[in-house]
Design a protein around this ligand. Structure first.
Ligand code: KIV
Ligand code: ZN
Length: 385
């Protein structure tokens, strides 16, 4: 089995449907171009039948980027599929992502149907899409809460109908990592024609498990991951691209290869956050403001001696210039000495002790102590001394 892991970015579809995150076509093109620089394999550009604006954006993105495959979402409805194929007509490589719900909630409550009829609808949709575009991906919505035996029948049927990628979404973010991994393993072992397609993960973060579930899916055989920048998406969001890619990069025993240029991660995160007016939480893994900031004395001392004592990722690898040593009342002498040196003051011994005492008094009053504050402390001391 190949180690190539396909990165399917759905920031512009699952991410963009979040209230307040809507982008206009120009902004979507800017994000798509940056995703191309980042090296994603597939950009899910929208849901063309949902609105004329979304249709036009899929057309415009298809013209603007050429390396990634451009994907358009549909329901298992022929009108949706026709409109999606039309929106993809300028894409160098176009893919239709069609599907239907496979959990009891979806089959009986939402669709008022039955398991066999759902399989028929799935087959019809895939065959119809396959006549219009070269690549068809099928999603089994709410696969996370679907019965594995039934899911295996669905997957076998849609592969026979022409799907080359089958997405197993944990739509409600319900699964635990071992359950999601077992689901992928079950499909890998029980779908007779599984070698004709690849399985894709698509995990939501309702229980904070999206990244763990995605990695568990990959370890058990999935070779495409559906992710968004900064983990944006419905409710608690989708799996975040940066977390999956960096987890794989950090763990050399995970042999999967992606085409991501990790140095573009921070730039992409900032662009998406700004255009979507969606701030990134300070302690967000990889891209949060504090992801490479050290504030306690013990950690600062360690990092100043050897970065790897408290850092598993070199910030430069994700496009962050350097880690930061934040001066607070929890900082030690080593951090203050370092900050002073960065600002051109070399202090040792009692001189440093004196300034350190004054620094602690100031830090108890102020949350963060800036470079200007530190310089002022030295000046003050010189005047008094
Ligand atoms: O979460 C989900 O199930 C989806 C599908 C439409 C792929 O976003
Ligand atoms: Zn989703």
């Amino acid at each position: 089995m190949s180690d190539k892991l396909y990165i399917f970015d759905t920031t512009l579809r699952d991410g963009e449907q979040v209230p307040g995150c809507q982008l206009n076509t120009i902004e979507k093109i800017e994000v798509a171009r940056q995703l191309e620089k980042l090296g994603v394999d597939i950009i899910e550009a929208g849901f063309p039948v949902s609105s004329p604006g979304d249709f036009n954006s899929v057309v415009a993105i298809s013209k603007a980027v050429s390396n990634p495959t451009i994907c358009a979402l549909t329901r298992a409805v022929s009108k949706d599929i026709e409109v999606a194929a039309d929106a993809l007509k300028f894409a160098k490589n176009g893919r239709i992502h069609t599907g239907i719900g496979t959990s009891p909630y979806h089959i009986y409550q939402k669709l008022n149907s039955n398991p066999d009829a759902i399989i028929e609808r799935a087959i019809t949709a895939v065959k119809f899409a396959r006549n219009l575009v070269a690549e068809v991906e099928f999603y089994a919505e709410d696969a996370g809460r679907s019965d594995n035996e039934y899911l295996a029948r669905v997957v076998e049927a849609v592969i026979n109908a022409g799907a080359t990628v089958v997405n197993i979404p944990d739509t409600t973010g319900y699964c635990l990592p071992h359950e999601y991994g077992e689901k992928i393993a079950y499909l890998m072992n029980n779908v007779p024609n599984i070698d004709k397609a690849i399985l894709s993960t698509h995990c939501h973060n309702d229980l904070g498990m999206a990244t763990a579930n995605t990695l568990s899916g990959v370890i058990n055989g999935a070779r495409q991951v559906e992710v968004t920048i900064n983990g944006i998406g419905e409710r608690a969001g989708n799996t975040s691209l940066e977390e999956v890619v960096m987890a794989i990069q950090c763990h050399k025993n995970m042999p999967y290869k992606t085409g991501i240029d990790t140095k573009q991660i921070m730039k992409t995160s900032k662009l998406v956050s700004t255009l979507m007016r969606m701030p990134v939480q300070a302690n967000k893994a990889i891209v949060g403001r504090n992801a490479f900031a050290h504030s306690s004395g013990i950690h600062q001392d360690g990092v100043l001696k050897d970065r790897e004592t408290y850092e598993i990722i070199d910030p430069a690898e994700v496009g962050v210039k350097e880690s930061s040593i934040v001066l607070t009342a929890r900082s030690g002498r080593a951090a203050l000495k370092h900050r002073l040196e960065v600002n051109g003051y070399k202090l040792d011994g009692t001189e440093l002790d004196d300034i350190y005492q004054k620094f602690l008094e100031l830090a108890d009053r102020k949350k963060d102590v800036s470079d200007e504050d530190v310089i002022a402390l030295v000046g003050l001391d010189k005047e008094r001394g």
